[in-house]
Design a protein around this ligand. Structure first.
Ligand SMILES: [Fe+2]
Ligand SMILES: [Fe+2]
Length: 147
């Protein structure tokens, strides 16, 4: 089987995934504290379990990087701090889209390296991030033009 990725590259990519998850957690915590009004109240209720999901993703990625022989760096990327509900949702949506795409690439890399358990777990992550993505899409769709 022709390998297109090395184990070191996979570790590096998983570490970048971990950073993106940290960004998602901080963005969601920002939105959770800064979403006001009735819509904001709904958003808070929706984001609370998502924050929990993203924390679990960080834990999984950190443990997996270590299992593969690496060390997670826990680099926190810069992130925007939107104050309008629409901006919050659209920014969150873009991060979830990135996550789905990144994990799809990671599935191929894990498969190339014969890391079957990782591949299966990454497919689960794709399912969870897609659920986040579709929920956010529904919320954006329901916003009135002035929001
Ligand atoms: Fe995540
Ligand atoms: Fe997510």
């Amino acid at each position: 089987m022709k390998r297109t990725v090395t184990k070191a590259k996979l570790i590096e990519h998983l570490d970048a995934d971990l950073s993106r998850e940290l960004k998602a957690i901080l963005l969601y915590m920002w939105c959770h504290s800064m979403a006001f009004g009735i819509r904001g109240h709904e958003l808070r209720e929706i984001l609370a379990p998502e924050i929990h999901d993203e924390i679990k993703h960080v834990q999984f990625l950190a443990d997996k990087i270590i299992a593969l022989g690496g060390t997670p760096r826990f680099v926190v990327p810069e992130f925007k701090r939107p104050t309008a509900i629409r901006e919050m949702l659209e920014y969150a949506l873009s991060i979830e889209r990135e996550a789905v795409q990144a994990y799809a690439e990671r599935v191929d890399e894990a498969s190339d390296l014969g890391e079957t358990a990782l591949q299966v777990k990454l497919e689960e992550l794709i399912t969870e991030e897609t659920e986040h993505l579709e929920l956010l899409q529904r919320l954006v769709k329901g916003l009135s033009p002035e929001q």
